[in-house]
Design a protein around this ligand. Structure first.
Ligand SMILES: Nc1ncnc2c1ncn2[C@@H]1O[C@H](COP(=O)(O)OP(=O)(O)OP(=O)(O)O)[C@@H](O)[C@H]1O
Ligand SMILES: [Zn+2]
Length: 655
């Protein structure tokens, strides 16, 4: 309440100043104006001849003939006036009504009350407390939502594929079930747990499952809910939340995106954000404030543990970290099983196969996959989800939704086919390159065509050779166009490829220490993503090099790219014949799989892809699509970022 009081006080002072100014303005001194005490004295001295009373205003004339006026203070006892005026003075007009001291006070304080009321109204609005939209129960001042214990149906059985994280948190369940027993045994229980991991890996789910298993209430709030416009609001929200939690203990407080408030103070983005800092301080105070045996466990989630303020990680606060990473193949299989349980499935459904084909997928991606498959099944009036729909759903998530309505001209289609075939052939032949999983010239999302690579198993890093191979295959598309149409015939379709290739080459030099000339130093650092991304979106960068080094960096990047470009050109010139065959196959089938690609690369005639039936002739019409990206969706490494990018591209046409 403290900060709120400060705010109110501030407003009161402003109100008081305003009132004073207003009053002064009102009582501009008149030449004849006298003070009330002067007036009383003059009456007593018998100098007043006539008095006209109008409420509190008193005017009149003196025995000497000149006029005067004065204002009777509300506090003056009216009876004294009566006594004063009883003799030899002519009194006209009416006396002020007798008001109780309370009424007078009320009248006097009305403007202040009004301002207070308006202020309170705004506070309420800001805190969005009224009525609790969304949550089953939300309480006034803090935005935290409270899920009572009987409403949490999530258990550990719903969380699959993160066994270590589950093990790490099992003892919390025991503790929450019976905090006193734990205390008696001298068990030491952390107050705060930090769950770290990429988005969608089930951090929220796991926290909820702990509450569900322990049958305790679950408070949830997002770090961004604390960051407010008004200084002090966030801090008071934190205080409120902990107050509420204490009433419901034992319980769990879950703070999602703690990095929104917990960023390192005095460094990084938006330095000197008072509000955020105050909120963070309050959080630290509250964390220190409750005893370990109160039965409150604060679980915070973040995917950027590295940006958190070290004070948050100190003993007694979030001193225990639980890693919730992307699931491996076994994990993915289990997660798929959890979600497939909820939809009617055909007998042919093999979670293991889907798990194998989805490296880099998060739990949320897999849940989405099952959901999409169910939608596909519903759309084709099937009662059971089968493997075909699961494959379709996987492709949709990996490559974006097909845009069946978009018609390309034959010329554009042919160009796209050459482009994708170029990517595919270079990717196929380069060492340590992920195998091509599918090539398609069906427009998806913003891409005109897609070449999808998938590693055979989960991969956590890429070698220098692998990276250079990626750069080569990224240029393969553009080079194929160049070989067929000449330099003047190259389309704009390669912009995304070029961007990504450049980004890989640059990261090789400035981040991954893969330039011999420059050595293993970090010259550049992304503010937003702390490395690990290959061709991920670039945030604002921090540079650590002199202008001279900058020139060498540029030269090194150019060197990598020109070497890779030459290599890819060499490959495609040598395999020109295969480029033609693959293009032809793409024109015919539109989508070909690893099997057809292998046949073509072995110099054989490609077979028809599985499930392919001749659709007859397709209509074609000119299309004014602006984005001509033939996106090469190579499989990401540790991060599933590229998956997100493909998913984003499933938005409607034209960005
Ligand atoms: N390990 C898992 N087992 C089962 N389902 C999962 C798992 N991980 C994620 N999911 C599914 O994905 C959904 C989203 O997961 P959740 O919100 O818990 O992720 P998160 O890590 O908290 O993500 P974010 O960081 O984006 O908040 C869950 O509701 C669940 O359906
Ligand atoms: Zn391309």
């Amino acid at each position: 309440m403290n900060d709120m009081m400060k705010n109110i006080l501030l407003w009161l002072v402003i109100a008081a100043v305003l009132l004073t100014v207003f009053n002064n303005f009102n009582t501009t001194p008149d030449t004849n104006r006298i003070t009330y005490s002067e007036f009383v004295k003059e009456v007593q001295d018998g100098r007043i001849a006539k008095v006209v009373v109008d409420g509190y205003t008193i005017s009149g004339s003196r025995t000497s003939g000149d006029t005067f006026d004065t204002v009777r203070p509300a506090a003056a006892d009216p009876k004294i006036m009566d006594d004063l005026l009883s003799n030899n003075v002519v009194v006209e007009g009416r006396m002020p009504e007798q008001k109780s001291i309370w009424t007078q006070l009320l009248v006097a304080s009305f403007p202040i009350l009004l301002i207070l009321a308006i202020f309170m109204f705004f506070m309420r609005q800001m805190q969005g407390g009224a009525g609790g939209k969304g949550g089953p129960m939300s309480f006034g001042k803090s935005k935290a939502r409270l899920l009572p214990e009987d409403q949490i149906k999530t258990t550990f059985a719903d969380v699959a594929g993160c066994d270590e994280a589950k093990e790490d948190t099992e003892e919390l369940v025991d503790f929450l079930r019976e905090p006193s027993k734990f205390q008696r045994l001298g068990g030491k229980i952390p107050r705060g747990i930090l769950m770290c991991g990429p988005p969608g890996t089930g951090k929220t789910l796991l926290a909820k499952a702990i509450a569900g298993e322990a049958k305790v209430p679950f408070f949830t709030i997002s770090g961004s809910d604390f960051v407010e416009m008004f200084v002090g609001v966030g801090a008071s929200r934190v205080r409120d939340m902990f107050e509420q939690a204490k009433k419901h203990a034992p319980c769990i407080i879950f703070i999602d995106e703690i990095d929104a408030v917990g960023r390192n103070r005095g460094s990084g983005m938006g330095g000197g954000n008072d509000e955020r800092e105050q909120t963070l301080n309050q959080l630290l105070v509250e964390m220190d404030g409750f005893e370990g045996n109160e039965g409150i466990i604060v679980i915070a989630a973040t995917n950027r543990p590295d940006v958190l303020d070290p004070a948050l990680l100190r003993p007694g606060r979030f001193d225990r970290q639980v890693q919730v990473g992307l699931p491996d193949i076994r994990g993915r299989e289990q997660i798929l099983k959890v979600h497939l349980r909820k939809v009617p499935c055909d007998d042919d459904v093999e979670p293991k196969n889907i798990a194998r084909g989805t490296p880099g997928f998060s739990g949320a991606d897999l849940a989405n996959l099952v959901n999409e498959a169910a939608l596909f099944a519903a759309r084709s009036n099937r009662r059971l989800v089968n493997m075909e729909q699961l494959e379709l759903a996987k492709d949709k998530i990996l490559m974006g939704a097909e845009r069946k309505t978009m018609v390309m001209s034959d010329k554009e289609k042919l160009n796209t086919a050459y482009h994708e075939a170029g990517h595919t052939i270079v990717g196929y032949l380069m060492p340590e390159h992920d195998p091509v999983y599918k090539v398609s010239i069906i427009p998806r999302g913003r891409a005109l065509g897609v070449t999808m690579y998938l590693p055979e198993e989960d991969k956590y890093s890429v070698s220098k050779t692998g990276l250079e191979s990626q750069v080569c295959s990224l240029y393969g598309g553009r080079i194929a166009e160049e070989i067929v149409h000449g330099f003047d015939g190259v389309s704009t379709g390669a912009s995304n490829d070029i961007e990504r290739a450049t980004s890989i080459a640059r990261n090789m030099v400035t981040k991954w220490g893969l330039s011999e000339k420059l050595g293993p130093f970090a010259y550049e650092e992304d503010e937003n993503n702390s490395g690990g991304y290959i061709a991920g979106p670039t945030g604002s960068k921090a540079n650590y090099f002199s202008p001279e080094t900058g020139k060498i960096i540029d030269a090194e990047v150019q060197d990598i790219i020109s070497r890779c470009y030459a290599k890819a050109t060499e490959i495609l010139t040598e395999h020109r014949q295969k480029l033609e065959v693959m293009t032809e196959a793409l024109m015919q089938y539109e989508t070909i799989d690893a099997k057809q690609i292998k046949e073509i690369m072995d110099g054989k005639k490609p077979s028809a892809p599985e499930g392919w039936s001749d659709p007859g002739t397709k209509s074609s019409k000119d299309d004014d699509e602006t984005s001509k990206d033939g996106v090469t969706s190579s499989e990401p490494d540790v991060e599933s970022d590229d998956l997100d990018v493909s998913a984003d591209q499933a938005k409607p046409a034209g960005e």
